[in-house]
Design a protein around this ligand. Structure first.
Ligand code: ADP
Length: 484
């Protein structure tokens, strides 16, 4: 199968969250399964890789912009995966990846260029796998603007929702920049409460849709977590699937990870303890067997940080050490800076994005927190399990699909969870974890063994994506045949 994956980020080139991990690791497994898979992402300022391949004109709101296509590759066991970088300084040569007031222009350009480059690079995919709102215009452009062009007619699309909260919503005037007439600006079309909604383009025009866990696929069809799009998602329920994200088990592997202090596996857990001591030392915490609790997250309201804030004194009262690594909203950065002032000995608050420190925290912590309000899949809990760090999570979305609450009677489970989004329930879940750690080392040890023996690699999920691609291709074929 010939597959093009379009996304706004991809490890190792550009990452702000889990989307990058998915776009970086899924192609490797698809490649290992014998498919011709390629990736296209914007060429942000921080990306230094990539050789000039070609440049092409892209029509933008009445004028032409030049897209330079650069080529680089990432290695997979079965050969290289081509990565195309869409370069244009005006749009992407900036100090951050997102957060500008011309996002609609930047991703309008990115999606158009991703399609326009295909004949130039001689690659006619069977399916384009479009991720999140940044790539959501691709299914629309294919069906509306490229419908008459034989090269594009048969290309199917799969649209994946990684997070329904981020929809790419812009003022109505943007319709002009998209060169779409008013007939597209209706509630059945791209209109969303008076604005243009890019995510809707993917949801309406994608041949097949999916999100990153079964539970989240169900949740987004309800008004509570549907972010105003639940009606549309219910309409497309038969085309909407849930496939759990996998982890790149080569990259996230405590026995091979160059970023951590000492490599270890399930048979050398004393070395995990050494990682803990060295992390404590590096972060200026007292070294010892105190429960070390880690949290690595975007500082956004989705992540349940208000729950933490509400019971922070009780949490610290459990006599734990807390290590936070995160960046994001000012409000939370200030809140945790204040926590640091109040508990200077017991906490290490690291405000920033740091891929190396992140691995050291996954390896060195005993417990990992994810009290999310909602969580499409969540990778943090999967990485934790892989490193023998026991997750405490809220039972929602992908967290519900991957973490089973520890049952002291049977010893069954791989973490601790709570259901109701209230601070006391969260505190209760942390307390259960801390108590087991302190009072029953044998059971804790078993929990670590179980966590580390679970398989959340891409093996199963990559095959499910292939099935989805096939579904999309067949559906597209039927539509094209019918049109003929
Ligand atoms: P989301 O995609 O909603 O941010 P996920 O749990 O799916 O959440 O993925 C988050 C990914 O980003 C994980 O790999 C996590 O380790 C990483 N990450 C989040 N914040 C930071 C940070 N400040 N520094 C380093 N890595 C981070």
């Amino acid at each position: 199968m010939k597959i093009l994956i379009a996304a706004a980020e991809m490890t190792p080139f550009a990452k702000t969250g889990g989307l990058a991990d998915v776009a970086g690791s899924l192609p490797k497994d698809l490649k290992n399964l014998g498919h011709d898979v390629r990736v296209v992402i914007p060429c942000y300022k921080q990306i230094t890789a990539g050789e000039y391949l070609t440049d092409l004109p892209v029509p933008m709101d009445g004028h032409l912009e030049s897209a330079i296509i650069r080529y680089t590759a990432v290695e997979a066991r079965n050969g290289d995966i081509p990565v195309y970088l869409v370069d244009n300084h005006k749009y992407f040569y900036r100090d951050r990846m997102y957060g500008f007031n011309d996002e609609f222009d930047r991703f309008n350009f990115f999606t158009k260029a991703s399609l326009a480059m295909l004949p130039y690079i001689g690659f006619q995919p069977d399916v384009i796998h479009c991720n999140d709102w940044h790539a959501a215009l691709i299914p629309l452009f294919l069906k509306v603007k490229f419908m008459e062009e034989p090269f594009y007619q048969k290309i199917a699309t799969v649209f994946t929702i990684h997070n329904l909260q981020y929809q790419g919503r812009f003022p109505r005037g943007v319709m002009k920049a998209l060169a779409l007439d008013d007939s597209f600006f209706t509630p059945e079309g791209l209109e969303y409460y008076g604005e243009v909604n890019f995510m809707k383009a993917g949801l309406l025009y994608g041949d097949v849709l999916n999100t990153v866990s079964k539970k989240y696929a169900a949740e987004i069809q309800t008004p509570e977590l549907g972010e105003g799009l639940d009606g549309l998602l219910r309409k497309r329920a038969l085309d909407l699937h849930g496939i759990l994200n996998g982890l790149d088990y080569d990259e996230f592997n405590p026995s091979k990870d160059e970023k951590i202090y000492v490599k270890y596996d399930v048979n050398s857990l004393e070395k995990k303890r050494e990682n803990k001591y060295r992390l404590q030392k590096e972060l200026g915490l007292s070294m010892g067997d105190v429960p070390l609790v880690g949290i690595i997250t975007r500082l956004a309201s989705q992540k349940g940080l208000d729950l933490m804030a509400a019971v922070i004194d009780q949490i610290m009262g459990l006599g734990i050490q807390l290590v936070l690594l995160g960046t994001g909203e000012d409000y939370y950065e200030k809140l945790f800076a204040e926590v640091k002032m109040r508990y200077p000995q017991q906490t290490s608050i690291n405000l920033g994005f740091d891929a190396v420190l992140a691995q050291k925290i996954y390896a060195g912590s005993d417990i990992f927190l994810m009290p999310s309000r909602f969580e499409p899949c969540g990778l943090g809990q999967l990485i934790s399990l892989r490193y023998g760090t026991i997750p405490v999570v809220r039972r929602t979305g992908g967290l519900e699909d991957t973490i089973k609450n520890y049952d002291p009677e049977t010893g069954y489970g791989n973490g601790f969870d709570f259901v109701e989004y209230v601070p006391d329930k969260f505190l209760d879940a942390i307390s259960r974890a801390v108590n087991l750690y302190r009072n029953n080392p044998e059971a804790w040890n078993k929990l670590i063994h179980l966590a580390m023996s679970m398989d959340f690699s891409w093996n199963r999920s990559a095959i499910k994506y292939l099935e989805l691609y096939e579904k999309a291709i067949n559906k597209r074929k039927l539509t094209v045949t019918r049109a003929v």
